[in-house]
Write a protein that binds this ligand. Structure first.
Ligand code: GLN
Length: 196
């Protein structure tokens, strides 16, 4: 792929603008996605941080759940941060009754895992062997367990919690790389999109 890949940000709820900016500075053509025609027009998608129960409800209300699930099944690259990680998990712990997700990554993700006392915090961690990265966690999930096909790209230190994973064209982080002005995670994702 020589032209800038067209990467959508699911814009139902959450920190959409920050992802658009990080994508643009990573060499992608960024655009919002709220309707199926917009989804059909993108090469890849980011599911932003926000509130996973709300994103799930709005995706259902906008008739996007099935189209999103189908694109993911068909191999569209997708990146989920925080609530977006929850949306991309095959199984979640601590979800609400009837919570809708998209699935795709063979992992169990625990919502609000870091607990109330440490609701939000920042930490340095190594992402995908690319050196230390400042990671911002806001009522973040962690990954309880992953299937054999999932690569772990980042863990907290201390604690050794899995907070970044990749399975084929799907990437997910517990933290918010869109909030730090460091676009290395977005660049990693855009590289993934270019390779596929
Ligand atoms: N706790 C939120 C949820 O369950 C995620 C928080 C976030 O995206 N910053 O969806």
């Amino acid at each position: 792929m020589t032209a800038a890949p067209k990467v959508g940000v699911l814009a139902l709820q959450g920190d959409v603008r920050e992802h658009l900016r990080a994508l643009e500075s990573s060499g992608a053509a960024a655009t919002t996605v709220r309707r199926q025609e917009e989804l059909d027009a993108v090469d890849a998608l980011i599911v932003p941080g926000g509130e996973s129960t709300t994103i799930g409800k709005l995706a259902a209300a906008f008739d996007l759940l099935e189209p999103l699930r189908m694109r993911i099944k068909a191999g569209m690259p997708a990146f989920g941060s925080c609530a977006g990680m929850i949306m991309l998990a095959d199984r979640i712990e601590g979800g609400v009754e009837g919570q809708q997700t998209l699935g795709g990554i063979d992992m169990v993700v625990r919502r609000n895992a870091f607990g109330r006392q440490v609701d939000s915090f920042e930490a340095d961690l190594d992402f995908a062997g690319r050196g230390a990265l400042r990671a911002v966690f806001i009522r973040a999930p962690w990954v309880e367990s992953v299937g054999a096909g999932v690569d772990v790209l980042g863990r907290t230190e201390p604690g050794d919690r899995i907070v970044a994973v990749r399975q084929g064209p799907l990437l997910a982080t517990s933290f918010h790389p869109e909030l730090t002005g460091d676009s290395r995670v977005h660049s990693y994702f855009v590289e993934m999109v270019r390779e596929l």
